[in-house]
Design a protein around this ligand. Structure first.
Ligand code: MN
Length: 142
């Protein structure tokens, strides 16, 4: 898989890596989210980790979730916010966001701007948990 892939606009105008399939973020209806595409940039049998690129359209957001596996997220373009536990923090290009085990998290693109980020995860990982009535996410503090 040696090679160079370019970061360029796709058919729908969103940025991403050419020659890498653009996937749905996750199955529709499985959890609330809006306007996200996903590309798996690096996933090799001899590696324990995967590198993915997510692009959230302006005003879109990822699912509010938590899980045992950790994330390292590098904001590649745009600006928005991340919810981490009960905090809501602004993020912009080149910020590095780390998510500890079982920390509620959600990424959001600002209204006028797409948010693109790289996310490094373990290839073998537990399924995300969603907030429930019994165990709601902490109320966000702005
Ligand atoms: Mn996650």
């Amino acid at each position: 898989m040696s090679g160079v892939r370019r970061f360029a606009p796709g058919a729908a105008g969103e940025l991403g890596w050419t020659g890498v399939e653009r996937l749905r973020y996750k199955e529709e209806g499985s959890a609330p989210f809006r306007d996200i595409t996903r590309q798996v940039l690096f996933s090799q049998p001899d590696q324990q980790c995967e590198l993915r690129y997510f692009e959230i359209a302006p005003g879109g957001f990822s699912t509010l979730e938590r899980h045992r596996h950790t994330h390292a997220v590098l904001i590649l373009r745009g600006h928005g916010s991340v919810r981490l536990g009960d905090a809501e923090l602004p993020v912009a290009e080149h910020d590095l966001v780390t998510v500890d085990p079982l920390t509620w998290h959600q990424f959001r693109a600002d209204a006028g701007c797409a948010l693109g980020f790289l996310c490094l995860v373990s290839k073998s990982r537990d399924r995300p948990q969603l907030p429930t009535d019994e165990e709601p996410a902490p109320r966000e503090i702005r």
